[in-house]
Design a protein around this ligand. Sequence first.
Ligand code: NAI
Length: 341
Amino acid sequence: MKIVFFSTRAFERTSFPAANAAHGHSLEFLSEGLSPATAILARGAGCACLSVGDHAGQDGLAALREVGVRLIALRSAGFNHVDLDAAERLGLTVARVPAYSPHSVAEHALALLMTLNRKIHRAYNRIREQNFSLEGLMGFDLHGKTVGVVGTGQIGEAFIRIMLGMGCRVLASDPYQNPRCVELGVRYVPTAGLWPACDVISLNCPLTPQTRHLVSDAALATIKPGAVLINTSRGAVVDTVAVIAALKSGRLGGLAIDVYEEEGDLFYRDLSGEILQDDVFVRLMTFPNVLITGHQGFFTREAVAAIAETTLDNATRFERGTIPSENLVSISHVVSSSSNA
Ligand code: NAI
């Protein structure tokens, strides 16, 4: 099958051809992102392969369908960037990579938490300037602290195992209890009960209509003063403006994010010579207790290879009519996440 890749990043030009040896698809890599105007570049392809930065709205999907695309292959686990309703109406199949390496993201969440708490980012810069002062570098022991995990799927579970290994107590919130987490001694509480009880909160749920701005003004007003928030899920699970207010007031003790609401205009590009127009993001960057990475949680050798393999396998199986149900995404995925404990 001919597969056209939108928003191709440099490493994907290597990882996908390597995995394709076992599949024999015809791969075409584009730097352009998907839009109603660029969809025409997929003419003649049965499959359009999209990155998390490609917004696949009604118009873009209709334009893809028009030029012959039948399969939308997401090279991500998240699918909030696709209008699933429109895809269904247009008769487009949407497949994703439900699991590649939950450890990649869970370990990145740990890296963010440890860096933020122990001020490694500040110490690194200080030492390079021969400033060996400890002023402002004090952190806290994670051992004995209460960690709240919102979303106990694959990444949430992997993160919980790490936190338990550090001697933390874990509370969780998820409409569906993960029996392995229950067995590990994790206590499930409603989300509203999680905010005030935790020293550290990690977001590991998908972005759905129910989780959009889950971390709101109202939620932040109830967090434990000085609590630290880690978001490796999707940017819009957090209301960034509300979070900035909570950082300014000191109620929120620290923020580490790998994802940002408006990351589509920023991440995965070298903008070092440009004037950033996103004032909210620029304000975030000014806080000493905010740490930002550019959606790199997934970026390990193991995860990148697994993403390429599963994405191409989805295309191969689509041709045979046998995509595994857990790799298929439909509007029911959004509906099934609708309750919020
Ligand atoms: P998963 O599907 O295994 O688990 C998600 C969990 O969130 C499920 O248990 C689900 O029931 C729960 N959930 C749904 N709605 C909820 C709500 N309202 N409140 C609390 N929990 C809720 O997904 P996985 O693989 O663990 O990934 C989680 C998210 O991490 C993805 O949806 C994606 O947005 C993000 N992600 C980020 C990456 C990065 O590079 N930073 C890479 C991969 C995923």
